[in-house]
Design a protein around this ligand. Sequence first.
Ligand SMILES: [Zn+2]
Ligand SMILES: [Zn+2]
Length: 254
Amino acid sequence: MAELGVLLGLWAAVYAATVALYFGQGWLLIRINARRPERRIQKHRRGEDRARVEIVQSLKSLVVTCGCLAGGLWLQWMGWTLWPPLDLSVWSLAGMFALSVVLYDAWFYWGHRLMHWGPLYRHHLWHHRSVAPTVWSNYSDSLPDAFAMQSYYLIAPVLLPIPPLALVLHRLWDHVNGQIGHSGFEHFADRTTRFPSPMVCVTFHDQHHEKFGYNYANFFSIWDRLCGTIHPDYDRLVEARSGGAGRAEKTPAE
Ligand SMILES: [Zn+2]
Ligand SMILES: [Zn+2]
């Protein structure tokens, strides 16, 4: 029973911290975006009209998302894993963080493509109701959809000797990256976010919401480039938006 109490305590703590980050970072991004209205990506849509709906759904789906991370940490704590986590050091932290990010990007790409497959798409449909995503859209998804994508955090600690701190930092980066990636304003377009770089900017996932059948990955563009699912205009748009406000006006017509 005590073990179950630990799981529930972890779950509650992860949920409370994530909700605090969600509102804190969301509020900060809205303030930054308000100062640069010319950086709005979809200039003729106002995704923020759905803010209330997205926030309510996010508070529900975060129960699943946070349960996956808490569950993974708990399984490690119980010792129910293939091998014990590596002792914490700079090398184990950096190495397992990097490996986990690369593995998660593959998990996300293929899992996301699977959720776009006919019989499963009805679970992913909710997330795509946000055609112009906002800072509140990242967790606006159905509970099965949240589980499909976030169960990585439940399974990875069982299969990988990842130190718990590396897993938490990975999830933290996923949160920060995901909320910025849905923010609807482009502040990061430059040569490091277009070919041949594997990095992406806000436009990448924004195009997934606006154009639908492209850009399925999360952190990097590698899988989309390999599998031919990157939006054909992505690199051109990033180049046009590089430098931000001034040159954003020259964005090619889509
Ligand atoms: Zn999708
Ligand atoms: Zn999205």
